[in-house]
Every structure is written in structure tokens, then in C-alpha cells.
Design a protein around this ligand. Sequence first.
Ligand code: FEO
Length: 397
Amino acid sequence: MFKATKIREDIYWVGALEWEERFIHGVSMPYGSTNNAYLIIDEKVVLIDTCIGSHASEVIERISDVVDPASIDIIVSNHSEKDHAGSIDAVLAVAPQAQVVTSVKGEAILRSYYGDRDYLPMRTGDTLSIGKRTLHFIQTPMVHWPDNMVTWSPYDKTLFSNDAFGQFIATSKRFDDEVDLGVVLACATKYFANILTPYVKQTAKAVEAVEGLDLDTIAPAHGVIWREHIGDIMGLYKRMCAAKPDDAAVVVYSSMYGSTQRMAAAITEAFMAQGVSVRQYDLEISDISQIMTDVFFAKYVAIGCPTHNMTVLPSMGAFLAYFKGLAPKTKDRIGISFGTYGWSDAAQREIASTFQQAGYEMPIAPFSEDWNDTPAGEQQLFDAVTGIVAKSASSER
Ligand code: FEO
């Protein structure tokens, strides 16, 4: 029932469509996801990545549409995270003679999953002849784990890029020119912001390493294949690797009885009055992975919460944990902490501490009001934010 899709002469997509998946480690996937695996038919039969274990039978059935899976000679594991290496055991069960090719660090991880066997580790510059093709391997550490590598087939002008250039989207089409480019680039942006932000420097090196290759296809391990819009996805990655914020703001809050919400509104109005592009999010009803996508591009981030049990509300606790791991570590980012409290401003101090750990400048002390916000307090907050934006703008001139 599951069929392969020919993507080039003797190369087939044999991946898994995750139509029903909606989350992966904190990232929402409203369009589902695609786990890609690719089959190259040459003198050797090569499978590039194997997909998540829960879709192993789907992958093997798609392979069977082209060749007998028992004829696979080589499995290239570009990355040992289980969404790509989770079906290696299932493939080896039908092709026990297959040689597993991976990076040096990947070998250690695969041994921990699947035990000792004869792995073939590759470093940058290593090659493997499979017939008329020679595969080239390039290590791309931390894009997204220490073990990541990419595989380039100069014969096909194709880069199998694994996590790099991926998008969380399930589609019935395989190529970038067959789907809405705006949607796919938005998915790629969200993917980068939520997966690769901690590793922008390493990702920049990876982009540098691959952009000089002779390429007309980039086949990532998630989402659609790039063939018409390679310049767009490369441009997006270069922009995101620079991690330079826009003149934009994000206001994020949790509120108990509406006071912190009104403070959030005063801050949002101040940004709007200053011409700063702003988005406001109530954490109780918002997707934190979408918020972090906006945070990636925002020069100003304001986070507000009332004190509850001497800490923040549960929704804010989850957000701060996510923010700590993903906040862009570049200069010129400004944080504002705010909220109301009864007898301790613990929540606002906790938010401020999170900003400081993330390297955000905090030009004003945590803005706290006891018991309730007040019109005077809202005006004070509006003026303070106005002042921050004006000072920031003048320092840029
Ligand atoms: Fe798509 Fe790092 O796994």
C-alpha cells in the first residue's frame, strides 16, 4: 500500500508521513510532519536514514515498492536521533548484511541503541563509492546533535542534509515548488527557531560548508525537498544564523485576575505608539513554540506574571524553562519583567533572573505592583517602555 516516490534518476523517497503528529519535544506541528528516508539504486543499494521506529513498517513497505529490502547494502545514518535512526534495527532485521555508515560520534550513539556490530564511521572528507556514484560525507556537529553529518552525491548534485533545512510539515507533494512556498518557509523558520537556535554558530559553519557544493537538490530529513528555492532556504538560514533581531517586540504574560493582563496591554500599546511591531500572547491559550519563533526576531521581550506560591504560575514556569533553552544569545536584546503581587514580588524577580541568564539587557528593574495594577502604574509602565524604545533607537543612530 505504501509507495515510493521517484525524486531523481535512481533515487526514491521512502519516508514516513506523520499526518497525525502534533508535537515533538515542545514544538507544535499544526501540519503534522514528514520523516524522510531516501533510497539510491546504484551498484550498491543505499538507504539514507531510516525514520522513526513507529513508522518502520511504512518505510520498509515503500522500499519494497522499488527493491527487495533484503538487497540493501548500505544504511547511511546521518544523525542518530531516533526520528532518523529509530528504524535501523527493523531494516537490519530484513537486510542483516547491510553496512551501517555513520559519523564517529554517531557510531557511539548507535552502539548504545543497537549494540556492537561493524559500523563504518565517516569524517569530513571521507567518501564511499557505491558504483557510478561516490558519496561524500561532511560532519555538521550540533545541527542538531554532536553526531550530525550530511551526505553529498556530486553525481546527482544532491545533498542529503538531515535536520538542516528541514520543516515540520506533512504534505502529499515532495518538492518545494509543488506546495505553498510561504507556508513551507514559515515552517522552516519555526523549525530553526525551536531546534537550531542554541547552535546558530555551528549552523552557520554548516551552511558555509555546503553552500559551495555543486547542488541542485537539497533533500532534508523533514519536510519537502528543495530544488526550486534553494536560494530562499539558504538566505533564510543565513539570516537566522546571524540572529540579528528586528525592531520588533513580544509581550508574553500569564494573569490570575486580569491585573497582569492590563499591564501587558499597556506595554503593547507603548510599543505600538513607538512604531515597534509587536505581538501579545496570553500563555494560557498560546503555543510556546510559536512564541519562541517570534522571540527569535524580537529585539524587545516583555514577560509578566503575578506571584503565586512564591514563584510564577505553572504556565509561566513551563515557558521560562523553554525560553532558557532557546533564547537567542546575541547582543542588543532587551528584557522587561512585570506583574502584580500580594506580599512578595518573587515572580517578577524570577523572570528578571531568567532574562539575565539568557543575556538580555534589563534597562528597568522588574516592574511590580502590589495587589492590583493601577491607572497610574499602567501610565508609568507605558512611559518606561516608551523611554526604552526611544533610548534604544537613539543609540542606533
Ligand atoms: Fe530530526 Fe535531531 O532529529
